[in-house]
Design a binder for this molecule. Sequence first.
Ligand SMILES: *Cc1c(COP(=O)(O)O)cnc(C)c1O
Length: 494
Amino acid sequence: MIYRSTRSDIQANSLEAVLKGLAPDGGLFVDAAIGTRSFDWQHCLTLNEFGMAEMILSFLLPDFEDMGGLVRRAYLGKFDNDRLAPLVKCGSAYVMELFHGPTSAFKDVALSMLPQLVTAARRQLGIDEDIVILTATSGDTGKAALEGFHDVDGTGIIVFYPDGGVSPVQRAQMVTQCGANVRVCAVKGNFDDCQRGVKEAFSMLGAEACGKRLSSANSINIGRLAPQVIYYFSAYAQLLADKAISPGDKVDFIVPTGNFGDILAGYYAKLMGLPVGRLVCAANENRVLRDFIETGVYDARRPFVRTSSPSMDILVSSNLERLLFIASGGNAGAVRTWMDALKKDGVYSVDKATHANIREAFSAGYAGEAATRAAIKRIWEEDGYLCDPHTAVAFSVLDSYRKSGDYRGNMCVVLSTASPFKFPAAVLDAVGGQLSGDGFSEMEELSRISGRAIPRNLASLRDMPEKHRDLIRREDILDYVKDILNNKQEGEHI
Ligand SMILES: *Cc1c(COP(=O)(O)O)cnc(C)c1O
């Protein structure tokens, strides 16, 4: 039983934690001892990607049988690069390209793996009921989860996305999704509304509803977070192979951040021994996390801004809760008090010691819309590297970070979380291309300017029919879920 809730002493083994997604008390499952359990990270660095994945996932999720088989089934042949995530030099830093998977965003690394974990957990625990995955998405999780779960036996998936709050390409990716076990629904609201509705559905319906089991594909699920640890190790190994660092050198990672999952996986890598220097949280105009890391006060009482980096348009960042738990020395009572205050008042402040523990490992910065645009243009013109707006936020923050007192001269790796072709209008606009108002022509224009091919999964969207047109009010998410669970229609699996 290495997992426990962040809000009470409820415990679970790793199979149960993956299957449940969220703890019954509303907390997140954490491995309280992760920093004290021993992990042979030096050996891990000598393995290839699949070996690394098997070793890391077996450490984080020790109850799963045949992790090597699960890893192979998850990744073999799915990524368009023989590495899951290649490292590319860009100026004096490196970029880790996390977008070579089936949906062109970094979510693929985790969401190719999660269905394997969920079905293995179901099998090992001897559960007969279908698992229904409820997912809120700010754009990329939805598609990556649909791609992972569609037509997987014994599972169904329902995705909620903010109407008008995702890029046209992201929307097209989701509403054209095939599969008998999938539902996609737009919500009149923002991502936080979607996430709140999904969490409410979990707490109102319980883990077992209408003869089904609910689980989550959001990074509140530890099975979603664990695979993300892999690419920090891979980045380090690639830097060693490139002789950009010597063994033991610390490496800083600049991470475009929304729900705090990606960057938290970096913290896990650090706790497992990898020589990670600082983790730099890069925020867009919705800079609640950046302000929190600077001040220790989490204040979500601010306008929600829609930006060109929609996957980071989040004010209530779920995974921070796991960091709070670890940084407060495992104080579930304190975490519960903070989360209650956030729900009730929209704000909380952590004690000095917890804040100091967080600042020891984390730095933070933000880029507004003008700075994001300028970064796309500058990186393209100076380094010949075309990046998407989320990655551009990180590049902009890299600049300010290097001028700050936190910077110690470590090698820096920017995590690139999406392909520029997913956000063609924003990227074209920044590099001075022609906007046509049609996402597909804009992808072509981008391809012409950059000489890079449009990823196949995006190019093929144009000819695919829209299958999902549901649109609901944000207060109706729970009822929508109930209806689907109760009124299975002919030929549908959820
Ligand atoms: C999801 C996402 C992010 C934010 O990642 P978190 O784990 O939620 O912090 C950043 N960029 C892109 C492109 C994303 O899809």
